[in-house]
Design a protein around this ligand. Structure first.
Ligand code: ADP
Ligand code: MG
Length: 853
């Protein structure tokens, strides 16, 4: 290998003060040549001048222009990280994704001819950092975590925040925090200044709309300069589908790839899917259809390969599970919720039906057409690094490269040689239902900005084509201009708790790039106070710190924390999973019109109206409805059988159905017979496994049963579970209205019986779908959500005992002397629930009262 000194070629141009501490670099000629072709290298001087004159610089440039790989090198060469220089601290680069942090550090190390001790990475499970590290790639979660230990970030001289346009929650918080760090580093005492030098911040973004950073006075008093890197982008022709396929974009993508591969000239294909499962299906089908001939040494006989191309290293980190890692480290990182993007890949709910429809298509037209081999590679976050790196290598001789990726390939990684992009137009996102507090993962349309980014991937090496698997009408009408920043999509109370755990106390003054609504912030703080995560001064409590270690909604985390008694934890995990996924039962119609969003059988029947007599259809609907009712009843009868108790909770009914499903071996017939949604049950099953791992990692010494088959809970456990549910939903207590008014009536049914709650002045009612609907109206309940139709209905109801409130929700109660008011009473007062109960002090606020059954 011939080595050249990189700076020889452009040394004259270097006006900025880099010469003094300039660090010579040896690069191989090959690397040097590729590097000089990157658009950003033309701007090295302008960028370095801007950085030397400003503390914050924004760099904007198309994906692939060289931002991530080159900027750390510019800084390094200019003396950043050189202990002798004015900027002795190390260079930090943050990424929203683990994959990018790892692969980019490897690439930069290779380009600089340095080892991974000098150019290192740190991600949640893994790190190569050492005392010799000069350039450190990390996820933004890792840096946030470091901030809680060293708020001045004193070991860094420069922080590059990459992929800022993605507007991930962590990136947003990071930018806010760092704007404060910057100020503090400038305001240090003279003595400290001699030790800690000013910090440089570089924000890098792939698309426009950077005004959220640059024009935000709360963030930076002086608007930072923006350097636009002029990327050479070739024209890309956009081809919309004539109509948008209703569901199965995987089959649609398969057809499109087949057409491109059989009919169009050479050039790599990049396909955007939403998750691991779809990617695997599509890859398998494509490999089967267009096997490639291996020139790999491992296949000496030029075998026809229909499998995943081999990789020479074992899988490094994905399938290790949690148990063999450093638990402390884990807890720390989980606290940051670092895994969102990676988790998305894994949380795959794609309907596997498309496997069949692809097969039908396969047997159909394409058999007569000739096509060469296709070198198919998957690309998603949880793939091993080695397998991910294959996308950068040239495909085997004569084969066409086809990478099937999640939106990780949208801006994080640039795959060389792509001429064709096939865009499903879909992305998996975390959503949050503000009223129920329940999060879900949904597949939805991407934004117009994302669609353009994806199309742009086809124009890196020459003119390209982008095939959009949706119509232009859908694009125009249903695609938003930009992706909504994650902070506006996630439950804000989780974010606030995370920030409080990082000792950022006054969240309302925090310089978010796009701040959440002030009322939302207040409401979230209130909720956190109610569940005991914050004290009355909005300071984080020890319970709050424990809650913050779980990447789940705070109330669910609380349930997991207090669920570690009476061997309830596996049940609580099942409950939390079921609540996160949502009601698995196929809904009933109610004559009072409370539930109108049924799908399923009714749709099917109505759509087949021509083939059946109408009254027969109606009969069938009624018959099915009756059967459904019976089947749903079965699940509280199960509870009664085991505990001898009448139904006390809708949530415990979920637990029963989860238990029964696992005993059935998780089969579809069970779901069909019992009118539960198969997909929901599969989701719950998966989520249980994931939450079990999180609990194992977070709670040292807790032995959680990992067998999905649980014994039915005992009577004591059922009571404990109700207390745990009550603790989780302690702010959502409802009291029968006649009790609030001080008169006690007797009732024969729950119909029309009004309840009072603390979040609304309106009367609320027990929803007809509740197991409690047909019994006697209980005095006190907690509810999971309120739903408004013609009335406000409570759903997901659990009967509680008023004496629990004093222990589980002490901050929500006002205490009076026992003899004044011997019976517990709840009263609405200033939007807060006031409970007159006998005071009772547990040793720790979240400890469960001992239950006497
Ligand atoms: P940007 O951050 O502006 O999107 P990058 O710095 O990530 O651009 O990429 C610059 C170039 O380096 C791209 O052409 C990309 O394909 C190439 N590249 C990045 N990582 C590797 C790697 N591991 N092996 C080979 N080429 C790489
Ligand atoms: Mg980049």
């Amino acid at each position: 290998d011939i080595t050249v000194d990189s700076c020889v070629e452009n040394d004259d141009a270097l006006k900025y003060e880099k010469k003094a501490f300039y660090v010579p670099v040896k690069r191989s000629q090959e690397i040097q040549l590729t590097r000089m072709k990157l658009p950003i290298c033309d701007d090295e001087q302008a960028i370095m001048e801007a950085i030397s004159e400003n503390s914050v610089v924004v760099i904007c440039g198309e994906t692939g222009s060289g931002k991530t790989t080159q900027l750390p090198q510019f800084l390094y060469e200019a003396g950043f990280g050189n202990p002798e220089s004015d900027n002795p601290g190390i260079i930090g680069i943050t990424q929203p994704r683990r994959v990018a942090a790892m692969s980019m550090s490897k690439r930069v190390a290779q380009e600089l001819s340095l080892d991974d001790k000098r150019v290192s990475y740190q991600i949640r499970y893994d790190a190569t950092v050492s005392s010799n590290t000069v350039i450190k790639f990390m996820t933004d979660g890792v840096l946030l975590r470091e901030l809680s230990g060293d708020f001045l970030l004193s070991k860094y001289s420069a922080i590059i925040i990459d992929e800022a346009h993605e507007r991930s929650l962590n990136t947003d918080i990071l930018i806010g925090v760092i704007s404060r760090v910057l100020r503090l580093r400038k305001e240090l005492s003279e003595e400290d200044k001699s030790k800690i030098k000013p910090l440089k911040i570089i924000i890098m973004s792939a698309t426009l709309r950077i005004s959220d950073f640059t024009q935000n006075r709360r963030l930076f008093d002086i608007p930072p300069p923006v350097i636009n890197v002029n990327a050479r982008q070739y024209p890309v022709s956009i081809h919309f589908n004539k109509r948008t396929p209703r569901t199965d974009y995987v089959t649609e993508a398969f057809k499109k790839i087949c057409k491109i591969h059989t009919r169009l000239p050479r050039g790599g294909i990049l396909v955007f899917m939403t998750g691991q499962n779809e990617i695997s299906i599509l890859c398998k089908k494509l490999r089967n259809k267009f096997p490639y001939i291996s020139s790999d040494r491992t296949h000496r006989n030029r075998t026809v390969i229909k499998e995943e191309p081999p990789i020479d290293e074992p899988n490094e980190y994905i399938h290790k599970g949690y148990s063999d890692r450093n638990v402390d480290h884990e807890i720390e990182e989980l606290a940051m919720g670092e895994n969102d993007q990676d988790y998305l890949d894994h949380h795959d709910d794609f309907d596997t039906n498309s496997e069949d429809s692809i097969t039908e298509f396969e047997n159909d037209v394409l058999d007569n057409e000739y096509a060469g081999p296709l070198y198919v590679l998957p690309l998603y976050s949880l793939l091993s690094t080695r397998a991910q790196m294959r996308v950068f290598e040239p495909p085997p001789e004569g084969a066409r490269l086809c990478v099937v990726a999640t939106n990780i390939a949208e801006t994080s990684l640039t795959i060389p040689g792509v001429t064709y992009v096939v865009d499903s137009g879909k992305v998996k996102e975390r959503r949050y239902n503000a009223s129920s507090g329940v999060q879900s993962y949904v597949i939805d349309w991407i934004s117009k900005a994302s669609a353009d980014q994806r199309a742009g991937r086809a124009g890196r090496t020459g003119p390209g084509h982008c095939y959009r698997l949706y119509s232009s009408a859908v694009f125009n009408d249903q695609f938003q201009q930009f992706t909504v920043p994650e902070i506006h999509r996630t439950p804000i109370e989780g974010v606030i708790l995370q920030m409080k755990a990082m000792n950022i106390d006054t969240v309302s003054n925090f310089p978010f790039p796009t701040p959440p609504d002030r009322d939302q912030l207040k409401k979230a703080e209130k909720l956190l106070r109610y569940i005991g995560a914050l004290d009355e001064n909005n300071q984080i409590t020890s319970l709050g710190r424990a809650i913050a270690t779980f990447p789940l909604a705070p109330r669910f985390s609380k349930m997991l924390i207090i669920g570690q008694q009476h061997e309830c934890l596996p049940y609580v995990i099942a409950i939390v999973s079921a609540l996160s996924v949502g009601d698995p039962f196929i809904k009933d119609y109610h004559l009072d019109g409370t539930d109108s969003d049924d799908g399923g059988d009714e749709d099917y029947l109505v759509n087949n109206v021509q083939t059946k007599e109408l009254n027969e259809i109606q009969k069938e609907i009624i018959f099915k409805k009756e059967r459904r009712k019976l089947m749903r009843k079965k699940f509280f009868d199960v509870q009664k059988k085991h505990s001898g108790l009448d139904p006390t909770s809708d949530i415990l009914k979920f637990l029963n159905v989860v238990g029964a499903y696992e005993y059935s071996g998780g089969n579809e017939k069970f779901c069909e017979d019992n009118f539960v949604r198969t997909k929901a049950m599969q989701e719950i099953h998966k989520l249980r496994g994931q939450i079990t791992k999180i609990v194992q990692a977070n709670c040292q010494g807790v032995d959680v049963c990992v067998d999905p088959k649980m014994k039915p809970p005992s009577a004591i456990q059922l009571e404990a579970l109700r207390q745990i549910i009550a603790a989780g939903f302690i702010d959502q207590v409802a009291m029968r209205k006649d009790l609030v008014d001080g008169m006690t009536k007797t009732f024969s049914s729950t119909r029309g019986i009004a309840y009072s709650t603390m979040w609304t002045n309106e009367d609320v009612f027990i929803h007809p779908s509740s197991v409690l609907y047909h019994g006697k109206p209980p005095d006190f309940v907690v509810y999971q959500e309120l739903q408004r139709t013609n009335k406000v209905w409570m759903k997901g109801i659990t009967i509680i005992k008023p004496e629990w409130l004093s222990k589980l929700g002490k901050s929500l109660c006002v205490f009076s002397k026992p003899k004044e008011l011997p019976t517990p009473k709840l009263k609405r007062n200033d939007d807060e629930m006031t409970a007159y109960v006998t005071p009772c002090f547990g040793p720790k606020s979240w400890e469960l009262p001992l239950i006497k059954v």
